[in-house]
Design a binder for this molecule. Structure first.
Ligand code: NAD
Length: 489
């Protein structure tokens, strides 16, 4: 029985620094439950001074605890124990689902195993990837020697709090760094439990610290702190730009930026079984209520199958039912808050003002009280410059555009600023590979949409969708800096 009563859940208070809960004395921030809009709990915002304390603790811990210098396999063992505790913990899923948009069924069956597996993947990286021996003159040895940065500042968004934290902490810790992590102020609770479990697994106190608060005070203090040597961020493109600038002006720090997207789903006449394709398209734009960076929110479909595919999608969209995230039977995520719901509403209004037609959905579900459940929505009749086609809406809204030939389809699929992901649906291998080459995106999925459990495949955007990669060997390597060594003998 996964359902639970939110009033029975004890929420972790405040920040987590040096293996201790710290209440803090900054401004109080209310945290609301997306499912019903009610107050879940409160947090204090970490001031610049508290961020300084957390980073200083992390810097000391990573130098004095032996975390950076111990045999890498030992770090791997701690991370594997951490993953085991994550899977076994009775509280983690409830904390995640109470305060976020993630239904408990999805958290238990997907989020928690996915989080644990990401950490296990990086546990394996700890002693498997290293530097290089470089070809040099005779009687010399050239080497590239990796070293951890020291303290990495990590900042995560609200849409998948646990897995985003694992993508940041897994590679950073495996490579021998300490981490100070700031989760989103909208979803602060589960990350604290994650850090408690890391301590139980044997991570030295102070090597993973959590500071709570918004971007303006806590986030920017973390980015600017002189002992933070690298910043790893996931969030919107606008915030990513600010962070990149702050990191440049406060110590020229490297950044990994996983940012927004507006990803196309390009479906050709020869896509195969249209029921299966419709299912892929549907999951691509409705998962987590469309609040996923990788959401495939632009359907670009070839004329020969357009009517049939659209009719199937309309029927599927009508089958969704809202339900609070702590109910086991709920499968559909609410919007995170009223601001996000208003954003969805306003983009749909602008799209309609510029000629868009609503094929299904278009509004909030009735009878969901103060919860922010948005109906899966299809918009058609759109020009390429329509705001619904151009802007990341971050809601369950799919734009539909129809094309005749491959060149036109590829032209519609390209976006002037974003380049996170793309889906290509065709049984013609030549066409699939031409489309893969022709679309500027960090990830192209062919005849599927969405990540697999293959953590070796990195994720990251082109252009305005980001810099660098999460997941994969690349994320591990990006948590190290490389020293060039030349020895004459
Ligand atoms: P956001 O940019 O508003 O906030 C993200 C985080 O940055 C939060 O923790 C916030 O407090 C912090 N922040 C805000 N201003 C800051 C500043 N000046 N300095 C430091 N930190 C600051 O994003 P969001 O609304 O939480 O998340 C949604 C966005 O995240 C979407 O654009 C989505 O596409 C993107 N996202 C991208 C990926 C990816 O892998 N590419 C994954 C998930 C979400």
């Amino acid at each position: 029985m996964l359902s639970f009563k939110p009033e029975n859940i004890a929420l972790p208070a405040g920040h987590y620094i040096n293996g201790q809960h710290v209440a803090g004395s900054g401004d109080r921030l209310a945290v609301n439950r997306p499912s019903d809009g009610l107050l879940a709990g409160e947090m204090t915002e970490a001031s610049r001074e508290l961020v300084d304390e957390a980073v200083s603790v992390a810097d000391r811990a990573v130098r004095e605890s032996g975390w950076a210098s111990c045999p890498p396999r030992q770090r791997g063992a701690v991370l594997r124990r951490w993953a085991d505790l994550i899977v076994a913990d009775p509280q983690l899923a409830q904390l995640e689902s109470l305060g976020s948009t993630r239904p408990i069924h999805d958290v238990v069956n997907h989020e928690i195993p996915f989080t644990a597996e990401a950490i296990r993947f990086y546990a394996e990286c700890a002693d498997k990837f290293s530097g290089d021996v470089l070809p040099t003159r005779d009687a010399s040895l050239g080497m590239l020697v990796p070293e951890p940065y020291g303290v990495i500042g990590a900042i995560t968004p609200w849409n998948f709090p646990l897995s985003m934290a694992s993508w940041k902490c897994g590679p950073a810790l495996a490579a021998g760094n300490a981490v100070v992590l700031k989760p989103s102020e909208l979803t602060p609770f589960s990350t604290v439990r994650l850090a408690e479990l890391a301590l139980q697994a044997g991570l030295p106190a102070g090597v993973l610290n959590i500071v709570q608060g918004g971007g303006a005070v806590t986030g920017s203090a973390l980015v600017a702190h002189p002992l933070v040597r690298k910043v790893s961020f996931t969030g919107s493109t606008a915030t990513g730009a600010r962070i990149m600038s702050d990191a440049a002006f406060n110590g020229m720090k490297p950044v990994t930026l996983e940012l927004g997207g507006k990803s196309p789903q390009l479906v050709f006449d020869d896509a195969g079984d249209l029921d299966e394709v419709a299912g892929r398209i549907l999951r691509g734009f409705t998962a987590n209520g469309g609040q996923a960076c990788v959401a495939g929110t632009r359907l670009i479909v070839q004329r020969g199958i357009a009517d049939v595919l659209i009719a199937k999608l309309i029927t599927l969209c009508q089958s969704f039912r809202p339900g609070v995230t702590w109910d086991e039977s709920s499968r559909y995520a609410p919007m995170i808050d009223s601001r996000q719901a208003c954003k969805v509403e306003s983009v749909i209004a602008s799209a309609r003002a510029q000629g868009a037609e609503v094929l299904v959905g278009g509004g909030r579900f009735a009878d969901t009280g103060e919860g922010y459940f948005w109906q899966p929505t299809l918009l058609a009749g759109l020009e390429q410059d329509n705001p619904a086609v151009q802007e990341e809406i971050f809601g369950p809204v799919l734009t539909v555009q129809i094309f005749d030939d491959e060149a036109e389809g590829l032209a519609l699929a390209s976006h002037p600023t974003y380049g996170l992901c793309a889906g290509v649906h065709t049984k013609n291998i030549d066409r699939a590979l031409r489309a893969m080459r022709g679309i500027a995106a960090g990830t192209v999925w062919i005849n599927r949409y969405g990540r697999s459990g293959d953590f070796i495949i990195p994720t990251g955007g082109f252009n305005g969708s980001g810099i660098g990669k999460d997941l994969g060997r690349q994320a591990f390597e990006a948590c190290q800096r490389y020293k060039s060594v030349l020895i004459d003998f």
